[in-house]
Design a binder for this molecule. Structure first.
Ligand SMILES: C[S@@+](CC[C@H](N)C(=O)[O-])C[C@H]1O[C@@H](n2cnc3c(N)ncnc32)[C@H](O)[C@@H]1O
Length: 282
């Protein structure tokens, strides 16, 4: 397994949130979130280019200034929390909890199930299940003393190996700017789960329905290569989100040293036209 690299926070937080980002209208939240994703991607690309081309530093500074002007990570998280509010359709944890209940996981679990909620904006998303789930909420930038401030990609791999019964990556993969880091995130999630543990993934639907590089089939192939079985998927035509539930099988095939197929390691165009560039690479 590739070693987790030392990473910087994608954006720095600023207490100076401009009034233009304080609206709680869902359209304005979505616009800010989209702008953040574009800037984060540019920032990651420029940080990479800067290693071999010092002339990129001015461009990088410009992008980082724009991120600051939008209010930094704090503002992004606030907009995301607005999107997560019950009045806007509720958080995706309801889907995850519903699927676990359907599988009677809450009845068969002996001890409380250990959940790692990556990208937690609130500390109490799973409080309704506190009798059978022990949640550890975590985020790059903690907004609450009960949320662990930690980069998931930099978690100690030995300490976390087969430590978790459940992992949630809800709207997190699409936040990560680099396609290889998204792949690493899924790989680590697999390693960190116990056999028969569950991984919950939520993504904006266009990541799979309108990407130049990724569709349901390719994601399924990638996830199967990592050793997961797809258990559930939920989305609707014209909807905004896709929810996926994966399980790590009891017998773990992924521990075998297998060569990653070349088409899962590079961007291959699978749809032409006016598409987005979302990709996950191994
Ligand atoms: C859009 S918010 C998702 C919030 C919530 N999970 C939801 O479903 O609405 C994405 C969050 O993921 C966090 N995040 C992104 N990459 C992360 C990483 N490598 N480790 C921990 N948190 C991360 C960001 O800081 C951000 O707060």
């Amino acid at each position: 397994m590739p070693k987790a690299r030392k990473r910087k926070l994608p954006i720095t937080a600023s207490s100076n949130i401009p009034t233009s980002t304080t609206s709680s209208k869902p359209e304005s939240s979505r616009t800010i979130i989209r702008q953040f994703h574009v800037l984060l991607k540019q920032q990651a690309q420029l940080q990479r280019l800067l290693l071999s081309d010092p002339s990129k530093s001015a461009e990088l500074e410009d992008v980082e200034r724009k991120i600051e002007e939008l209010g930094g990570l704090q503002s992004y998280q606030r907009m995301s929390a607005i999107g997560q509010g019950n009045d806007r359709g509720g958080g995706s944890e309801k889907v995850f909890i519903g699927w676990l209940r359907e599988r009677s996981v809450h009845e068969t679990a002996g001890d409380k199930l250990k959940l790692l909620e990556v990208g937690a904006l609130k500390p109490d998303n799973y409080s309704s299940c506190s009798t059978w789930i022990q949640n550890t909420p975590m985020d790059l930038n903690s907004r609450h003393s009960s949320i662990l401030q930690q980069d998931f990609l930099l978690l100690d791999q030995e300490q976390n190996k087969q430590r978790w019964d459940l992992i949630s990556l809800s709207l997190v993969l699409n936040f990560v700017p680099e396609a290889v880091d998204r792949g690493l995130m899924l790989r680590l999630a697999h390693d960190f789960l116990v056999p028969e543990g569950y991984l919950f993934v939520a993504l904006p639907l266009p990541c799979l329905l309108n990407s130049r590089y990724l569709d349901f089939e390719k994601l399924k192939e990638l996830i199967a290569f990592l050793g997961f079985e797809e258990i559930q998927q939920k989305w609707k035509k014209g909807g905004k989100m896709v929810y996926l539930l994966y399980q790590k099988p009891r017998m773990d095939r992924a521990t075998e040293k297998r060569q990653v197929p070349a088409h899962l390691t590079r961007k291959v165009v699978i749809r032409q036209g006016n598409r987005n560039n979302f990709a996950i690479l191994l």
